[in-house]
Design a protein around this ligand. Structure first.
Ligand code: NAD
Length: 298
C-alpha cells in the first residue's frame, strides 16, 4: 500500500484517484473546485486543506492539471517544500516538454524525484482504469511507478528519459488530429461524388486508408455505432483538448525547427474549430466545418 497525494481531481484526476483507492492505496487529494472535492470524497479519497498538506505525508505525489504553468506553480507553491525527502513526483497532465523537464529539475533540486506520465484514453479510460501512460523517467523511477500506473492504466510505456512521455503524447495526437481531418475530408468528398458513407467505410476500413479516426471514432454516423457522431458528437475527446494538444505540437514544431506542414495546418484548423463552437464537441465534429466550407449540408 502506497500513500499517494493526488492534486487535480477533475474529469481525469477524479476517477484516476478513485481507482487507486479501490486498489487499496491511501489517497489524499486536493483541488481548487469544491465539486471535484465532493466527488472524490464520495469515492474514498481523503481531502486535504491544501496541496502541500496533501503532499506532506505522501510517498508519491501525482498531479493532473491543465497547463505546464499550473504544474510549475503548484510545485513551487509549497508542494515540493512540504514533501518528505525523496518523494516521487509524477505529473500526468498533458503539458509541453520544456515545462515537464523543468518540473522534474525542480523536484530534483528540492531533493525529490520526478517524471512525466501523460495519458490517452479520455474520461472513459480514466474511469475504467484502461488509460495508456506514456512515461518519461529514469529506469529506477519507472520501475517504482509502474505498478501504480498499472492500477489506472491498461498500458504503461516507458518512452525514455525526462520529457519523453510528453513528446510521445504530442506526436501521437498530431497524428490523430491530421488523420481525423483527412478522414473527414474524404467523407465530404465522397458525399459530393455521390458515394455513400457506408461504401467508403467498407472499403477504407479494410484498405490502406484505415486508421483509428476512421475505424473507431468514425466522423459520420452509422458505420461505427459507438463513435461520437452517433450521439450528436458528444465527447469523446473534446475539440478544445485537441486544439490544446495541437497547440503544444505547434510550439514543439517551432522550437525544434521541424517542417511539419500537415501538423501546422491541423493546429490552425482545430484552433478555429474550438473557437467557433466546437470546443465542447467531439473533435470528429470538424467534419461539419468541412461540409459547411464545402457548401454542403450536414
Ligand atoms: P479538468 O479541468 O477537469 O481538471 C483539472 C483540475 O485541476 C480541475 O478540477 C481544477 O480545479 C484543478 N486545479 C487547477 N489548478 C489547481 C491547483 N492549483 N490546485 C489544485 N487543483 C487545481 O481537466 P481534465 O479533463 O481532468 O484534464 C487534466 C489533464 O489531462 C489535462 O492536462 C488534459 O489535457 C489531460 N487529458 C485530458 C483528457 C480528457 O479526455 N479530459 C484526455 C487525456 C489527457
Amino acid at each position: 500500500m502506497t500513500h499517494i497525494a493526488f492534486i487535480g481531481l477533475g474529469h481525469m484526476g477524479g476517477p484516476m484517484a478513485a481507482n487507486l483507492v479501490t486498489a487499496g492505496h491511501t489517497v489524499t487529494g486536493f483541488d481548487l473546485a469544491p465539486a471535484a472535492l465532493d466527488a472524490a470524497r464520495a469515492h474514498g479519497v481523503g481531502i486535504a486543506a491544501s496541496g502541500p498538506e496533501a503532499a506532506s505525508d505522501a510517498d508519491v505525489v501525482i498531479t493532473m492539471l491543465l497547463t505546464g504553468q499550473q504544474v510549475l506553480d503548484v510545485y513551487q507553491g509549497g508542494l515540493l517544500a512540504a514533501a518528505k525527502p525523496g518523494t516521487l513526483f509524477i505529473d500526468s497532465s498533458t503539458i509541453d516538454v520544456d515545462s515537464a523537464r523543468a518540473a522534474r529539475e525542480l523536484a530534483i533540486a528540492a531533493g525529490h524525484r520526478g517524471m512525466d506520465a501523460p495519458v490517452s484514453g479520455g474520461v472513459v479510460g480514466a474511469e475504467a482504469g484502461t488509460l495508456t501512460f506514456m512515461v518519461g523517467a529514469d529506469d529506477a523511477d519507472f520501475v517504482e511507478a509502474e505498478p501504480l500506473l498499472s492500477v489506472m492504466g491498461g498500458r504503461v510505456v516507458h518512452c525514455g528519459g525526462s520529457g519523453a512521455g510528453q513528446a510521445a503524447k504530442i506526436c501521437n495526437n498530431m497524428i490523430l488530429g491530421v488523420s481525423m481531418i483527412a478522414v473527414s475530408e474524404a467523407f465530404v468528398l465522397g458525399e459530393k461524388l455521390g458515394l455513400s458513407n457506408q461504401a467508403l467505410f467498407d472499403v477504407s476500413s479494410t484498405a490502406s486508408g484505415q486508421c483509428w479516426a476512421l475505424t473507431t471514432n468514425c466522423p459520420v454516423p452509422g458505420p461505427v455505432p459507438s463513435s461520437p457522431a452517433n450521439r450528436d458528437y458528444q465527447p469523446g475527446f473534446a475539440g478544445q483538448l485537441m486544439a490544446k494538444d495541437l497547440g503544444l505540437a505547434l510550439a514543439a514544431l517551432e522550437s525544434t525547427g521541424t517542417d511539419a506542414r500537415m501538423g501546422t495546418l491541423a493546429a490552425d484548423l482545430y484552433r478555429h474549430f474550438a473557437d467557433e463552437g466546437g470546443a465542447g464537441l467531439d473533435f470528429s465534429a470538424i467534419i461539419n466545418t468541412i461540409r459547411e466550407r464545402s457548401g454542403a449540408s450536414s
